[in-house]
Each structure stands twice: as structure tokens, then as C-alpha cells.
Design a protein around this ligand. Structure first.
Ligand SMILES: [Zn+2]
Length: 111
């Protein structure tokens, strides 16, 4: 029998204090415990990845962008390339990645 596409569940045993803390955080964010943990792992992986890339300069900047969109800003943003402020109501470019991360670019950096 081929079980290569089957998903498996990993149960983790944690202390009551840790469980209560996680449950409290989930309630604060109106999320389920599993959603909170998924997001925490996803965010951690992204942050560790960014730090690792910067420390070891493995990856060129913005290499994880899979597409660009032009959009009108609803609030002030910072350009990911030159760090200048992009005012609200301006046309800017967003670089989307497969993850939740987005990069915003001013008109000069991505016209
Ligand atoms: Zn810029």
C-alpha cells in the first residue's frame, strides 16, 4: 500500500502553563490554537530565514518575489529598496511572495 500522500498528525505534550499561555494568546487574537501555532512557526521561519540570509549573504534581496502589482496606497509606507516614505494616495508597487511577506516599492525603485 502506498501511503506517500497521507498526512500525519504530531501531538506535542506541553505543560499546563504553556498551554494556557498559548490558549490566552489565541483568544487575544481571535484565532484557534492551531492557527496561532501555524502562524508563529511560519513567522519564525521567515524571520530566521531573513536573518540567516543577511548574516551569511546567501540570497540576493527580493529573490523571493513571485510577482508585482501596482496599487494606490491607503497609508504611508516605506520603500523596501531605498527606505524612503511612500505617502498615502500615491501609486506604488508591491512585490508579493509565496508567504505572507510583501515588499513595497516607491516610483523610483519600481516605476
Ligand atoms: Zn524606493
Amino acid at each position: 500500500m502506498d501511503n506517500t500522500n497521507k498526512d500525519y498528525v504530531i501531538n506535542l505534550r506541553v505543560s499546563r502553563a504553556t498551554y494556557e499561555k498559548i490558549k490566552h494568546k489565541a483568544r487575544e487574537n481571535s484565532e484557534s490554537v492551531s492557527t496561532l501555532i501555524r502562524k508563529a512557526i511560519s513567522d519564525s521561519v521567515e524571520i530566521i530565514g531573513d536573518l540567516s540570509d543577511e548574516l551569511f549573504q546567501k540570497r540576493e534581496k527580493f529573490k523571493d518575489i513571485i510577482g508585482y502589482h501596482r496599487f494606490k496606497t491607503a497609508q504611508e509606507l516605506e520603500c523596501a529598496q531605498c527606505r524612503s516614505k511612500i505617502p498615502a494616495g500615491e501609486t506604488a508597487t508591491v512585490g508579493e511572495t509565496e508567504k505572507t511577506r510583501k515588499y513595497f516599492f516607491c516610483k523610483i525603485c519600481r516605476p
